[in-house]
Design a protein around this ligand. Structure first.
Ligand code: XMP
Length: 507
């Protein structure tokens, strides 16, 4: 198996998951996992993840240099590369130009790592520090315009380092590079898979829950729907599915969700709680505060509903790995990006025990689980919708008026994207209402109204994203319909930022 040591990158679990996709078991351990444990667990290769620190910083996560003497192949990614250089006599420049997004890697030397990739390939960068001198005995095997030492190797010891992130989808041949590392350099062979996950998880849920009841928060999104179907399969009538209408859903969404569950044979209890949420959000502007309030209120309403049933001991949630990693320092030293509603918003003293079977999975892995459970593509291909809903798409204060505007604009955007057959070709599309008014002219009169920002992105897992090159005629129809049909809006703009450095949602 391949051991991934976590130095705090947002992408650490993604590396392990990519390796699992290659059919090879992979596991993440914290950066300070003891060397004797490593030796005992006999990995066939070790990957050092990226991380937000600088190798020179006091207290930055370090590696035990004995690691490089074990005779086990090592691949350092980003911070991992810098650790190799720093510990084996190279030089890292702390004040290098920061570099984010696409770059072209020029492959300088034939190497197993780059086998079959040709001479140039697109890679995805996200780093501050950079290598200025490779350690003695290392050769440079790849460079980009801004990173002349972008990939290095020490052939006899099979130690490799790359500055870019082969694990993210936007590194075009990244999966091939990992495959080369795993198969050619570490000499692993495949055999790992979604049915297996379902079988195991159902067994685990049965063992944990026994004859108690589980409340499942359904939202109509892919994650909670797949979760409810899985729970229904595992525990049947002991599942209590509740849909809380927090007043922050899209147009007609609540009715549609209840209908969908009916068709799936799951009876959902509808709880209309919109006014409580909106009251508590009154005057709140700060995004993390919004998430906290929504998270707390959500659990509170939940607990109140749960009291209506006896023997409820568990709360099941469809929390995914990216929610966990971006919200907490789960297992390692990653920076907190934002508190996702499913995770950090929950109060400490919750009455329920949590069941989160998808905590280690990514969205498309959940989709694959859903597919194996027999769910329709229409359900599985729904765009993700954040737990705090439209609250994080209305920048600034939330009011009924703004919700109405955003709902109408969002409906038009989605309608037009579906009409143009583009819905299934992207990760997510949505409208954002900005707290800015701008001047316009309507008829012969001056107008002074809100701005709607459109966002459409491609992504494989929500961790990195690129904006969709929407055809001009589609953008034109959306813009013209919004300013004509949505009262209160006189300007539409399109967001053309990648993640990183932006995030997908605006808050
Ligand atoms: P960001 O904005 O973090 O989004 O780049 C990545 C993915 O996560 C969704 N998202 C959320 N989901 N609660 C959720 O359940 C949240 O607070 C939240 N914030 C973002 C987002 O829609 C995107 O698909």
């Amino acid at each position: 198996f391949i051991l991934v040591l976590d130095f705090g990158s947002q992408y650490t679990q993604l590396i392990a998951r990519r390796i699992r996709e290659l059919g090879v078991y992979s596991e993440v351990q914290p950066f300070n996992f003891p060397i004797d444990e490593i030796v005992r667990s006999k990995p066939k290769g070790i990957i050092l993840s990226g991380g937000p620190a600088s190798v020179y910083e006091n207290g930055s996560p370090q590696v035990d240099v004995k690691l490089f003497e074990l005779g086990i192949p090592v691949l350092g990614i980003c911070y991992g590369l810098q650790l190799i250089a720093y510990n084996l006599g190279g030089e890292v420049d702390r004040f290098a130009k920061r570099e984010y997004g696409k770059a072209i890697l020029k492959i300088e030397k034939d190497d197993d790592l780059f086998y079959g990739l040709g001479s140039n390939t697109v890679v995805w960068m996200s780093h501050g520090d950079a290598l200025v001198k490779a350690p003695d005995g290392f050769e440079v095997i790849g460079q980009t315009e801004n990173s002349p030492i972008c990939a290095i190797r020490k052939k006899d010891k099979k130690i490799y380092g790359v500055q870019f992130h082969p694990e993210v989808a936007h590194t075009e041949k990244g999966i091939d590079m990992l495959k080369n590392f795993v198969y050619k350099i570490c000499e692993c062979h495949g055999g790992w898979n979604a049915e297996f996950f379902i079988e195991n998880t159902i067994k685990e849920i049965k063992d944990t829950v026994k004859d108690k009841k589980v409340i499942c928060a359904v939202s109509g999104g892919v994650d909670s729907t797949v979760l409810a179907v899985l729970l229904n399969k595992a525990i049947g009538k002991n599942l209590i599915a509740i849909y809380i209408d927090n007043g922050l859903m899209r147009k007609n969404e609540s009715i549609e969700v209840i209908e969908m569950f009916k068709k799936l044979g799951i009876n959902v209890h509808y709880v209309g709680a919109g006014e409580i949420f909106l009251e508590r959000l009154h005057g709140v502007v700060e995004p993390e505060m919004k998430r906290k309030i929504i998270g707390h209120t959500f659990v509170e309403v939940f607990e109140r509903e749960a009291e209506k049933f006896v023997d409820v001991e568990f709360l099941a949630q469809g929390t995914l790995y990216p929610d966990v990693i971006e919200s907490t320092s789960y297992r390692g030293p990653s920076s907190k990006i934002k508190t996702h509603h499913n995770v950090g918003g929950l109060p400490e003293k919750m009455k329920f025990k949590l069941i989160e079977p998808f905590r280690e999975l990514f969205k498309d892995e959940v989709r694959r689980v859903g597919k194996s459970l027999g769910l329709d593509d229409e359900i599985l291909n729904r765009h993700p919708f954040p737990g705090p809903g439209l609250a994080v798409r209305i920048i600034g204060e939330i009011t009924h008026e703004k919700l109405e505007i955003l709902r109408n604009a969002d409906e038009i955007l989605i309608e037009e994207i579906k009409k143009a057959n583009l819905y299934d070709k992207m990760w997510q599309a949505f409208a954002v209402l900005l707290p800015v008014r701008s001047v316009g002219v309507m008829g012969d009169e001056r107008s002074y109204e809100y701005v709607i920002a459109l966002r459409a992105v491609t992504s494989q897992d929500g961790m990195t994203a690129d904006w969709v090159r929407l055809p001009y005629d589609v953008l034109e129809r959306i813009s013209s319909r919004i300013v004509n049909e949505v009262r209160g809006v006189n300007r539409v703009v399109y967001d053309i930022t990648t993640k990183p450095p932006a995030t997908i949602e605006w808050e």
